[in-house]
Design a protein around this ligand. Structure first.
Ligand SMILES: O=P(O)(O)O[C@H]1[C@H](O)[C@@H](O)[C@H](O)[C@H](O)[C@@H]1OP(=O)(O)O
Length: 927
């Protein structure tokens, strides 16, 4: 057999996509029978009676697992166990798992190579492929003990699902002990002898076979199509750890990328472009302005056009990245990838423990949303936005100052108008078509819709801002005189006769010059309401005269009886009229009145936006760009977290009720330090996360299984449409199916843990972290009170019995107030509160690679300890297993092509103890 090494990464959990794996050449092999989306093969290992080459010390052993491809006979290093120290009968806690996509068959051979590790600090620092059969050079710190191999089919067919293989030296001669391979079936009850192998692991006797409760997948039914559409390249790891009562629990760790990393930024940039093009057009359509304002506008337009071009270029570049699902930490400063989140992954832990229900714990790990290309020399968004506003407020001269709230309101009203105007037009047309069919019921229901939307429309303008902006715009016109376009004003003021076409009845306002008439806007605006009232009255009369007046829905004027007498007269004088003809002119008037309101309001509010843009160009636009970039990264993570949460909780009615009545909390754990550049990152992140409040989700039915989410809206308010396969969609509560918007409550807690934070605490300033934590604590409290208010009382009383949320909140509050250095308790409490509230968990540091890996593994082990009775003596060992051979070291590898956390000894001395990785897994790395 020719054995050659494959690939450059030494231990390859990155495998061929399924399509490639199923090439005709492979089809002759026997596939392993599998449960959809479950790993195909999982086993654990133990050695017995290992023979030490020299007797000067105890053996420290590690097993390396390699796969021999049945056709090419190439050998790929797949994974390793942890190092078990000081025994010739090691029992490994880190197992082996082959995810469903991995190209493995019954004919595939697995090779197990056992090494003796002399120097742990060197052992896992392997950056290049070592030839198999060759002992690693002694200076690397390990020596070859023996190897064995088996065919997958042999293990599957073995009597007790266990193989006992003889380990031999490289020349195939001397036996140096045995290695036992036990097949694992997660979630299956294992009967029989639980004592056939026991071992003394650090003094603890544990049975190797399991006593497990019945199989129950964490999410119940198979919702995989939804997840398969968004997740890519899973990396899986398997462990078994002893419980307090010396049973085994099994843990599967999974880490996957998401296509949403690129999909959401592309959607968002496209929307940003659309919004900006529209704004530029509105600026152009602002009409005549006096020279001062006109010059400003020209300048703004030049910059805005350049900005749109830049967004278009970025979108073109991103569109070239078809199928990408991962941006590495080393690309974080790349301009064209700035909108893409760094190192976004789902980190999942699935626990199967005796006597307890299976459980899933998900955390989204992602680099802190921040504008790395723009840099942090001047700080991040929180500071930059504050500074920008203060300067703008104080400039006065040249510009009219509108507060950020007013600017936001102007954008919101503009967005409202653009949604409502076409909607009203559609309902008005539907009303006409009901009229032409002479259907009273359909006329009533069309009228109901039209009334509702028109009332919303009229309401949107009930704002002092529009009024003051109109005046401001008037004074900015040449000579401060407004050239009035023809206005349908007063057209419906007196009566609403049905005999004449409304255009003729309108008092035409031929363009003329006049001083600003403050009340004119009121009249124009009120005309919309009056037109609607006229329509309502007419419909009522038409139906009544037709003998259909069964007390159906009536409009407001009909109800409060202010129908004008002349109208009644005009109607009763026409016994047999054509409904369409009666209504058509009124609808036309309504549309015209609306058009008039829209054009005035649009211009005045666009003038408000001009004030914001005109001040401090191009900084203002760069600030918008920065905010868009940071928001895009944050949004991609949120959408990913939301979809995964939905997927895992789709069959939990309480969750679904919470989703549509309360909304979901999304809790971000930040590990950034408040020192140097990371202050700027934290300032970016804080704004990016709080901007997520502008996002709402909506669930619709998918047409195909790989439908990705769609984004609509504009900067003030976005809606993410998540599309579910029909069967899943059907099972949702009515409110969700009807398209109710689902809200999220993002909260951020940050605790710097590294050596930079030590400097900040000693010589710098930690106030940023303190205020973020305090502000966000208040948000969590607010969420909790909405939760208790809106969820059913029965649920809440049961919930409160089970979870001492009040106690946890008090504890969190005290910890925030305590102002203790590196108080990581804050993170644990915030995460626990989030989990208990059914929220979405996120963990972030600069790159989501090193500190995040420490934190997320710590969280996993703490959950095992607190929720699944992990044996207390195994806490550190479990943590080391996960950090040494788990998904997170694979994360480091895929980011920087080196299996080493980027910490040095000195840095680690500054870390809280539980955040330090095991010896041999960290060191100088080129990040
Ligand atoms: O994933 P991070 O913790 O943000 O990685 C840091 C690491 O903590 C630090 O020790 C190291 O010096 C680098 O700055 C890492 O950041 P990179 O973004 O360069 O990976």
């Amino acid at each position: 057999m020719e054995i050659k090494e494959e690939g450059t990464s030494e231990e390859g959990q990155h495998f061929l996509p399924t399509a490639q794996a199923n090439d005709p050449e492979d089809i002759q092999f026997t596939s392993i029978q599998k449960i959809p989306n479950e790993p195909q093969l999982e086993f654990i290992l133990a050695c017995k009676d290992l023979v030490a080459p020299v007797c000067d010390r105890n053996l420290n052993t590690v097993v390396q697992i390699s796969v021999i491809h049945p056709v090419e006979q190439t050998l790929t290093r797949y994974s390793s166990t942890e190092i078990v120290e000081g025994t010739k009968d090691p029992l490994f806690l880190t197992g082996v798992t082959f995810p469903s996509e991995y190209p493995i068959y019954e004919e595939t051979r697995i090779k197990l190579t056992v090494y003796d590790v002399k120097d742990k600090s060197h052992d896992t620092i392997r950056t290049s492929v070592l030839p198999e059969h060759k002992d690693p050079p002694p200076e690397v710190g390990r020596s070859f003990l023996g190897c064995a191999s088996f065919q997958v089919g042999e293990l599957l067919r073995s009597k007790e699902q266990l193989l006992s293989l003889s380990l031999r030296t490289s020349d195939g001669g001397k036996a140096v002990g045995t290695i036992e391979v036990s097949l694992v079936k997660m979630g299956e009850i294992e009967d029989g002898d639980t004592d056939h192998i026991t071992t003394d692991v650090q003094g603890q006797k544990c049975a190797l076979a399991y006593e497990c409760t019945a199989a129950e997948s964490g999410s119940g039914k198979d919702n995989s199509p939804l997840l398969n559409a968004v997740l890519r390249n899973p990396v899986c790891k398997l462990y078994r750890f002893p419980t307090a009562d010396n049973k085994w629990m099994r843990i599967r760790e999974q880490m996957s990328e998401s296509v949403l990393s690129f999909h959401i930024p592309k959607e968002l940039i496209a929307l940003n472009i659309k919004e900006d093009l529209c704004r530029n057009q509105e600026l152009k359509e602002l009409g005549d302005l006096s020279p001062h304002w006109d010059n400003l506008r020209k300048n703004v337009l030049t910059h805005c056009d350049q900005m749109v071009t830049m967004y278009q270029d970025i979108l073109t570049e991103l569109s070239k990245e078809t199928g990408s699902s991962f941006k590495s930490s080393s690309s974080k400063g790349e301009k064209t990838l700035e909108f893409v989140p760094i190192n976004l992954h789902l980190q999942r832990m699935q626990v199967h423990s005796p006597h307890l229900k299976d459980a899933l714990y998900d955390v989204i790990t992602v680099g802190a949303p921040a504008a790395h290309f723009q840099g942090f020399k001047n700080g991040g968004l929180r500071k930059l936005l504050h500074r920008f506003e203060t300067e703008r407020r104080n400039t006065g001269y040249q510009f009219i100052y509108y507060s950020p709230e007013n600017t936001a309101k102007a954008k919101e009203v503009l967005s409202h108008i653009s949604q409502l105007q076409p909607l009203i037009a559609t309902h008005a047309d539907l009303l006409l078509s009901s009229a032409s069919q002479r259907s009273a019921d359909s006329l009533r229901s069309s009228l109901k819709m039209l009334s509702e939307k028109t009332e919303l429309f009229v309401h949107a303008f009930k704002d002092q801002l529009v009024r003051s902006a109109l005046l401001a715009l008037f004074t900015a016109r040449p000579g401060g005189i407004l050239k009035k376009p023809p206005s349908p004003k007063d057209s419906t003021e007196d009566t609403c006769p049905l005999d004449e076409p409304p255009q003729l009845r309108r008092q035409d306002s031929i363009p003329h010059h006049s001083d600003y008439d403050e009340e004119e806007w009121d009249r124009v605006w009120a005309n919309v309401g009056k037109s609607l009232n006229c329509i309502i009255a007419t419909v009522d009369k038409l139906i009544e005269r037709d003998g259909h007046n069964g007390g159906g829905p009536r409009g407001s004027s009909g109800q409060d009886g202010d129908t004008e007498p002349s109208l009644e007269d005009s109607i009763t004088s026409h016994p047999k009229e054509d409904w369409y003809e009666q209504l058509q002119p009124l609808i036309l008037t309504l549309k015209e009145c609306m058009g008039e309101v829209v054009s005035r309001a649009k211009q005045s509010l666009t003038f408000v936006l001009l004030q914001e843009l005109a001040y401090s160009l191009p900084q203002c636009l760069m600030l918008t760009l920065r905010r868009d970039i940071v928001f895009s990264q944050a949004l991609a993570g949120l959408v990913c977290g939301f979809i995964i949460k939905l997927h895992t909780s789709l069959h939990d009615p309480d969750f679904l009720q919470q989703l549509h009545t309360v909304g979901l909390i999304a809790q971000y754990e930040g590990l950034l330090s408040t020192y140097s550049d990371e202050i700027g990152m934290l300032e970016d992140m804080a704004v990016g996360i709080s901007d997520l409040r502008k996002v709402a989700f909506k669930i619709t039915e998918a047409k195909s299984s790989d439908d990705l989410p769609i984004l609509t809206g504009r900067r003030e308010h976005y809606v993410v449409e998540v599309r579910l396969p029909a069967a899943m969609f059907e099972s949702l509560p009515l409110q969700i199916k009807e398209g109710q918007l689902l809200h999220v409550y993002p909260v951020l807690f940050n605790v710097g843990i590294n050596e930079q934070q030590t400097l900040a605490e000693r010589f710098g300033d930690v106030s940023l972290q303190e205020s973020i934590n305090q502000e966000n604590f208040e948000l969590v409290q607010e969420y909790y009170s909405i939760f208790t208010e809106k969820m059913p009382p029965d649920y809440i009383s049961h919930f409160q019995e089970q979870n001492d949320l009040k106690g946890l909140l008090d504890n969190l509050h005290q910890n925030i107030q305590a102002k203790k250095r590196k108080n990581v308790e804050i993170m644990w409490l915030a995460a626990t509160i989030c989990r208990k509230l059914n929220g979405i968990r996120f963990t972030c540091c600069k790159s989501a690679k090193d500190r995040t890996s420490m934190s997320v593994t710590l969280e996993q082990c703490s959950i095992l300890r607190d929720e699944h009775q992990l044996h207390k003596d195994f806490f550190i060992r479990a943590l080391d297993c996960m950090r040494r051979e788990g998904c997170r070291i694979e994360n480091v590898l895929k980011n920087i092509k080196c299996r080493r956390y980027a910490f040095n000894m000195l840095q680690l001395l500054a870390f809280p103890k539980c955040y330090r990785p095991p010896e041999g897994t960290y060191g100088k790395a080129d990040t």
